[in-house]
Design a protein around this ligand. Sequence first.
Ligand code: NAD
Ligand code: GLY
Length: 370
Amino acid sequence: MSPRAHPQTTLHVSLGERSYPILIGESLLADTATLASFLPAPRVALVTNDTLYPLYGEALAAALRQHGVHVLPICLPDGEQFKDWPALNQIFDALLEHACDRKTTLIALGGGVIGDITGFAAATYQRGVPLIQIPTTLLAQVDSSVGGKTAINHPRGKNMIGAFYQPQAVIADTATLTTLPPRELAAGLAEVIKYGLIRDLPFFEWLETNIDALNARDPAAMAFAIQRSCENKAAVVAADEREETGVRALLNLGHTFGHAIESGMGYGKWLHGEAVAAGMVVAARLSQSMGLLRADDVGRVVSVLERAHLPVSIPDLGAGRYLELMGHDKKVEGGKLRFILMREMGKAFLTADVAQDVLETALEQSIHRD
Ligand code: NAD
Ligand code: GLY
């Protein structure tokens, strides 16, 4: 497979009247006219954080103003621990204080944290206002900005309070990734690798060959990986928008374990992508214990994640604590935990049929020990 991503690509999320484009390309942030074309009225609230406002927010606000758009910047504190009620209220307070109306578009400029909280604010402010996602992390460009899942965390569980709410457009400016810290780049690669494992074996094989180019942020390799990931995500979302048929649930490979790591360690200690990476290794081990994957398949999963500088073992919270934390997962149905496993490389499936002892063994085998 050779990277054939063009300098600018437009994909589509096909959801009937909720359909929207995903624009991917270098320096799209400078294209104010395109951004403005998605606004129903020349009024936006630009929601971002303390890190991104000086990097990209200030310039974007100035360009929009020059274009005749009224801009209300809303700057949240930076971090997963602020994907919470007080930060959400900060958005509502600002919108109300400035009398923002139902035609004010909320622009989410940032990573998945900003995208998720702004999306939830857009879904609920005055029962719903337009939303544009401008993702600036690799994770957000390949996953969280697409598909309309919005949420905040609760101390008892991640993403527990939220809504499905699709944006008018996703605008992914790949140039923003040049300022992304290396650890965040790796976290995004976890979600990229996920697509290969759940439904796209040729992409996984491409990643095995090209992971070093991605680590080095090679523009052509990055553009291809983002495009291919978004194609996968758009197809899954179009097939099962609200995670009702089991198709979209597959996007959560590794997440049941990952969410347990994130909440068990305290939000913000492990990055979401890091927790997903370690969680995917547990899922692969579990699939092996159930006779689905071979040991060398698990080795391939571990190897590509390690080469992407991601963790491949889980912190030692104790198997019992993991079981307790996983009990709060959204995939629990009728009191029964459900898991995404791999039937074979590149083919994931959802099952509730996992014996407790097999699960405990896979957790024990995956716990990091010095
Ligand atoms: P994040 O939003 O915390 O961003 C990571 C860090 O990078 C932050 O400090 C941010 O300020 C900084 N940053 C962002 N863009 C930058 C840039 N271009 N240059 C320099 N610094 C930059 O983390 P994330 O990994 O983007 O998102 C994780 C969140 O996404 C989690 O809350 C997770 O639950 C959520 N998520 C949601 C979905 C979904 O479908 N809605 C999917 C996956 C993950
Ligand atoms: N990241 C999981 C989903 O969008 O469904």
